[in-house]
Design a protein. Structure first.
Length: 352
């Protein structure tokens, strides 16, 4: 299935049906009076986040979505039927943006979340509605109210706990394949990964999701390589795993290149917690490895982990570190949600 993370679509809710002008005329009934019914309500346009989707490809080939209009009212006080709603099923993590591509209208972050984006128009009133003691035979009715319409952009930001970053050929796809059931394309040339890949990592009875995005290069913020188009997919992550190819001459330059692109893309992304790992240590002599780790640690101002995604050396330690940070991140999110909803939160270190 082709990956697509942006799409522009046209949406319209249904128009309300017009009211009816009718009079009851039956044999032997001298004063029938007005009996025109009201029009039906137009259908709503609803967005729903569902499981099993990780692309917007369905909205590449169909861009217009219109809910049904309400039916018109009829005689004998018959109200027109309401128009059917239309429900757009979207992947979890989809944002709905206005035409300016900046204003966020809706953000679907949980499975089952439903949002009525456009409400259908109300039905018009029939002439029976306007009957009064002084106006026994009104011919007045109202047309249905129009529905709402708009063009919107859909932008998908995959929901993951860990984001994999690095230059092309840093070994991100190999790492993802080694720690999860994902099977990304692996080859010895750059830009093997052309769109984000997701993998579920299970360790010690807990699971978290890892997102591998295409490699960045210097000048990505200006569109070089694949640009920064896919960086939005790691904006929602709790921690970044920065992989660096240990076989290259200057790992420090590679580290600084990625950090520069992150800062130019979004300061919030650059401030996320990060684990730096020097990959492919199975192909580096011991003395050279020691020197590279020392320089990289000085540049990153943090501990650097040494791993080999091919042999598995150091991978378990990295996963344990990631799991700890993800656990803290999820706990902080729960506390924030509880505070926002007004639920009292007890301190974690409190004991009865």
């Amino acid at each position: 299935m082709k990956f697509l993370d942006e799409a522009k679509i046209y949406l319209k809710s249904g128009n309300g049906g017009p009211g009816s002008v009718s009079f009851r005329r039956e044999k032997f009934i001298e004063f029938g009076g007005p009996d025109g019914g009201n029009g039906g309500r137009g259908g709503d346009l609803i967005l729903e986040a569902v499981e099993g989707l990780n692309t917007l490809i369905d909205y590449r080939y169909q861009q217009h979505f219109k809910a049904k209009n309400g039916m018109h009212g009829m005689g004998r006080n018959r109200t027109g039927s309401d128009g059917n709603d239309i429900i757009l099923k979207l992947p979890v993590g989809t944002q709905v943006l206005d035409e300016d591509r900046e204003t966020v209208i809706a953000d679907l972050t949980e499975v089952g979340q439903r949002i009525v984006l456009l409400k259908g128009g109300d039905g018009g009133m029939g002439n029976a509605h306007y009957k009064t003691s002084t106006n026994q035979a009104p011919r007045k009715f109202t047309p249905g109210y129009p529905g709402q319409e708009m063009w919107v952009w859909l932008r998908l930001k995959l929901i993951a706990d860990v984001g994999l970053l690095g230059l092309p050929n840093a070994g991100k796809s190999t790492f993802l394949a080694a720690v999860s059931a994902a099977r990304p394309k692996i080859a010895d040339y750059p830009f093997t990964t052309l769109w984000p890949q997701l993998g579920v990592v299970e360790r010690d009875g807990e699971a978290f999701v890892v997102a591998d995005i295409p490699g960045l290069i210097e000048g990505a913020h200006e569109g070089a390589g694949l640009g920064t188009r896919f960086l939005g997919h790691v904006e929602r992550t709790g921690v970044l795993l920065h992989l660096i190819d240990g076989t290259q001459e200057d790992p420090v330059k590679a580290y600084r290149t990625i950090r520069k692109e992150l800062k130019l893309y979004a300061q919030e992304l650059a401030e996320k917690r990060e684990i730096v790992a020097l990959n492919k240590i199975d192909a580096i002599p011991a003395d050279e490895l020691k020197e590279k780790l020392k320089k990289l640690k000085r540049a990153a101002k943090a501990d650097v982990m040494a791993i080999s995604a091919v042999t598995g050396e150091g991978v378990t330690e990295v996963l344990r570190a990631l799991r700890g940070i993800v656990k803290d991140y999820r706990a902080a999110e729960k506390r924030a949600e509880a505070v926002e909803s007004g639920i009292a939160v007890e301190a974690e270190d409190w004991r009865p």
